[in-house]
Design a protein around this ligand. Structure first.
Ligand SMILES: C[S@@+](CC[C@H](N)C(=O)[O-])C[C@H]1O[C@@H](n2cnc3c(N)ncnc32)[C@H](O)[C@@H]1O
Length: 282
């Protein structure tokens, strides 16, 4: 993807450097423009609003919400390369008189044109403690691919080194892969904590930040160096900073100007850290 092509279609970004383009724009408008001009991107990694009354959401009826998210996802399909993927993080929502916390994937998984390759369960250790029902401790990531015959899966890059019997042998050969085991479809990764004395180092003022470790596993497992990754709901720019740290590029849309400014500052700080560590190495 050439940055000039994108600029020709979307205009000057709110912020950009060699590896990141950030647009203060409704992603639907941005995606429609990219699709109209046949611009393709390898992989999309994102966490959309869940329609649960967060400060960054416009409340929609359940049908309107599912319709909106399906439309965005199908625009993502249009702009994805043939070997590309769509990693969609989804939580829960309340359905009046029907469900306290319905997993959003139940409502949307088959309204998206991609092939659903797998559902990943993101399990986190801490969260709200409930009295009348079980404390929720997971969200999902729907791993969609465009072409089931040709997609990126870098298993060695995301192997889990925590192997129970690393020295076990069969016919004189080690049984276990020395790089570790397949990390499975359940990923235990802590949420970004906040609050006095327990705030995570990566915490920003954004109310719904992705943990960098979660994005790291998706980027390393499902994308290749130098590729472009799209996050249509960039928020505090977690996808962009993890991309930058791992030799990938990122284009992001964010509708809220305050979050864009927050994202820009975070990207600039990351750029400085990456450049400093490269200078020390060489
Ligand atoms: C769940 S948050 C994403 C947080 C992000 N993953 C991070 O790590 O900070 C969703 C974001 O989407 C933004 N947003 C909501 N509707 C949007 C739209 N139509 N186009 C672009 N951004 C939108 C919100 O302002 C919010 O920052």
């Amino acid at each position: 993807m050439q940055q000039e092509q994108i600029i020709a279609v979307l205009g000057k970004p709110y912020f950009s450097n060699d590896n990141v383009m950030l647009y203060n724009l409704d992603c639907k408008k941005g995606l429609e423009q990219l699709a109209e001009h046949n611009i393709k991107i390898n992989t999309t990694i994102t966490s959309p609003p869940y329609n649960i009354g967060k400060e960054y959401e416009k409340p929609l009826s359940l049908n309107e919400y599912i319709q909106w998210l399906s439309e965005i996802s199908n625009l993502v399909y249009k702009i994805t390369t043939n070997n590309g993927a769509y990693l969609l993080n989804l939580g829960y929502l309340k359905v009046e008189n029907q469900a306290r916390a319905l997993p959003i994937p139940y409502l949307i998984w088959d309204k998206i044109n991609f092939y659903l390759n797998q559902e990943i369960v993101w399990n986190y250790g801490a969260g709200v403690a409930c009295k009348n029902y079980l404390s929720p401790r997971n969200e999902k990531i729907l791993w969609y691919v465009k072409n089931i015959e040709e997609y990126t899966f870098n298993l060695d890059a995301i192997r889990d080194p925590d192997v129970k019997y690393p020295n076990s042998k069969k016919n004189g050969k080690l049984r276990a892969n020395t790089l570790g085991k397949n990390p499975s479809d359940v990923w235990q990764i802590a949420k970004v904590t906040s609050g006095a004395n327990r705030s995570a180092e990566e915490r920003t003022a954004h109310p719904a930040q992705f943990p960098e470790d979660l994005v790291y596993r998706m980027i390393m497992g499902f994308t290749n160096e130098n590729e472009w990754i799209l996050d249509p709901f960039l928020g505090s720019a977690t996808t962009a900073v993890v991309a930058l740290k791992n030799k990938r590029n990122c284009i992001g849309f964010e509708i809220n100007a305050n979050y864009c400014e927050m994202a820009k500052r975070r990207i600039l700080e990351t750029e400085l850290t990456v450049k400093t560590s490269e200078a020390i190495l060489f």
